[in-house]
Ligand binder design. Sequence first.
Ligand code: F0G
Length: 459
Amino acid sequence: MELPFAESYKMKTVEHIRRSTREERIRWIKEARYNLFNLRSSHVFIDLLTDSGTGAMSDKQWSAMMLGDESYAGASSYYKLKEAITDITGFDYFLPTHQGRAAENVLFSTMIKEGDIVPGNSHFDTTKGHIEFRKAHAIDCTIDEAFHTELDHPFKGNVDLGKLEAVLKKYPKERIPLIMVTITCNSSGGQPVSIENMKAVKKLAGQYDIPVFFDSARFAENAYFIKMREEAFKDKPIREIVHEMFAQADGMTMSSKKDAIVNMGGFIGFRSRELFEKASMFTIMFEGFINYGGMSGRDMNALAQGLYEGTEFDYLETRINQVAYLGKQLRDYGIPIQYPYGGHAIFIDAKRFLPNLPKEEFVAQTLGVELYIEGGVRGVEIGTLLADRDPDTRKNRYPELELLRLAIPRRVYTNNHMDYVAAAVINVFDRRREITKGLKILKEAPIMRHFTVELDRVR
Ligand code: F0G
C-alpha cells in the first residue's frame, strides 16, 4: 500500500475553540454591523479571515525568542536577522519594520511623489493605499487570465508584458519610481508569478531604467509553485529558486506575518546602499532605530528562524496541500472558486455563487455574512468594499473579481476543520437561491474602508 500524505509537524500546544449556535451568530453579526472585522474572535469557530500573523510558531521559534537581545542598538538579534535575510533573499541591505505596510510606508516615502505611476500585478490594498495616499497611481498590469476564475493557468499572478510596456511608454521615466510585483499575487487569488515572467519584467524595466521591487509576503509559496509548475525548476531546491526569484528584483518589501510564520514583523530588502541610506531616515522617523525598526529583539529572532522554516520543502508541501484539500472539496461540488487553488487561500467567486445579487449590494460581503451565520466560519471580502472608491471621482470601484477569501493560517487547523468549512460553504451554496438581498453601507472611512465599514441588510 502506498503511504498516504501526512503533515510534516505534530502539535505541542493547543487552544480551545468553541462552536456557537446559529441564533447567537445572527445576533453577533448584526451587532458587528455586518462587518466581519468587528466580530470578537471568541465568536468565531474557524477563523479564515487572514493567514497574516495567525500562524503557529514552532518550538524552535519559541526558544529563539528566549534568546532575544533587547539592546536598542547593535543587538545580536538584529545581526541574526540580517544574516538570515541575506542568506535567504540575497539582499545585502535591510531595514526592519513592524509589519508589511510599514515597509511600504518607509519605501514609498523614499521613492514616490505626487503624480507618480506604480505599475504592478494587482497591488495589495495597503500597497495601493500607500500609493494613493501620496496622490500617486497604481496601474494593474496583471494578465487577463487571472480574472477568469474557471480558467486553468499555472501562473495567474504574472504581469502582462504588453500592458506593462504600454505604461512604461506612456509616462516619462521620472514619473515611474518603481514597478511592484506581488509574489504570490494575493488580490488575484494567491496566484504565483513564474521566474520566466520575473525575468521578462526585469529585462523590460531595465530598458526603461526603472527599478523592480517585489512585495514578497508569500515568496516561499510562490517558490513552491515554481518548483511544481515551471519545468526548468522542478529539480531545484526551494532556497535556490528563492535566490533566483530575488535576483530579478532591486529590492523587496516583506510582511513577515505570512511566509516567515511570525505573529508580527516585516522588513525591506535593498540591493542599493544609497537607497537603503535614504530610507533609513524614514525608518528612524516612523518605526524606530534601524537596528530594530518596530520589532523587539525576540521578534527578530523568531523571524530569522521562521525564514528558514518557511522555505523548507516539507513544510510548504503540507501547507499548499491543505489549501488544495479544501479547494478540491468545493470544486468537486461545483462551487465557483479561483482555479488553480491559491497558495494561502481559497477564493470563492461570489458573483457566480450569488448571480442574482446586484453588484451594488456587496456580493462577496453578503456571502461572507451568510457563511459566518451558517457555521461560525469567518472569511474576508476581496471585492467592492476592499476596492474602495476612486480617489478622483469618489465613485465605487467594481473590481473584475468579487471574491470571498478563505485564508488558511499556517500550521493551525487540521483537515477535519477543512471538512467542516467545506460543509458550511456547501450548505450556503445549496440555499443560494434564497439569498436575494445584499448589504448597504451605513458608514465608511475615506480610504481602506473595509476594515471599519458599517453595513445593514437591504430590505
Ligand atoms: N502585501 C501583501 C501581498 C499582503 O497580503 C499584505 C497583507 C501586505 C502587503 C501588508 O502587510 O499586513 O503586514 O501590513 N495582507 C494581509 C492579508 C492583511 O490578510 O492578506 P501587513
